[in-house]
Design a protein around this ligand. Structure first.
Ligand code: G3P
Length: 207
């Protein structure tokens, strides 16, 4: 019970660190929430024109998910494997929720794609790699970040089923996929209208 509480609270607190907001403020690029889509993620940080800050945001938002998973994994490494898998999934889901609903930003957080990748690469790397390859392929073909993210998260439960036998990972990918889709409601509307901006697009493209 102590470990479960620690995984949930610790995961949430780690996940709630808004790297996009911190990086743009400290990097002198203003507040990322007032530009582009208003999102705090790496895709929107890139719209400030600062690739370095976007990279920091991507690594930070992904890294915090991976760290939450690794701590949970280490804390349970001497126990039964089933319990470890459940605790890892709990820590991952908590970090993901922390990113989406951070208490520090009045619960208005990010869309979850980077943190989804971070937790998944740490918790079940073949699933994370397959989802990452999906993101890259779609981004390469269409140059639209949201479309790449949505495709990757939608396929993740399938990859989890194919590569990983553990139910906790399958539930985790399903849970995160549903929330990522909800968080992308505006993006999905723009995609359907053909108005979603492209990665590296000029001023005209900045939504
Ligand atoms: O990872 C976030 C991406 O899918 C969408 O971001 O800023 O274009 O709404 P944005």
């Amino acid at each position: 019970p102590v470990l479960i509480g620690a995984a949930i609270v610790g995961g949430y607190l780690l996940g709630s660190i808004p790297f996009g907001v911190i990086a743009t403020r400290l990097g002198g690029a203003g507040d990322v929430r007032s530009i582009g889509s208003g999102s705090i993620g790496a895709t929107n940080v890139l719209r400030t024109g600062r690739k370095d800050l976007a990279a920091i945001t991507l690594l930070g938002d992904g890294g915090k998910g991976a760290v939450a998973v690794l701590i949970a994994w280490l804390a349970t490494k001497d126990g039964p494997k089933e319990a470890q898998a459940v605790l890892v999934a709990l820590a991952a889901a908590s970090a993901f929720l922390g990113h989406l609903f951070p208490v520090w930003l009045k619960f208005k957080g990010g869309k979850g794609v980077a943190t989804f990748f971070g937790t998944l690469l740490a918790a079940a790397w073949p699933v994370g790699m397959a989802a990452g390859a999906t993101w890259l392929a779609v981004a390469f073909l269409f140059r639209i970040s949201s479309l790449a993210g949505l495709t990757a998260v939608a396929l993740a439960p399938v990859f989890a089923f194919v590569f990983h036998r553990g139910l906790p990972i399958i539930y985790l990918t399903l849970f995160m996929a549903v929330l990522v889709f909800f968080r992308h409601a505006d993006n999905i509307r723009r995609l359907l209208k053909g108005e979603e901006p492209r990665i590296g697009g000029g001023k005209k493209d900045a939504a």
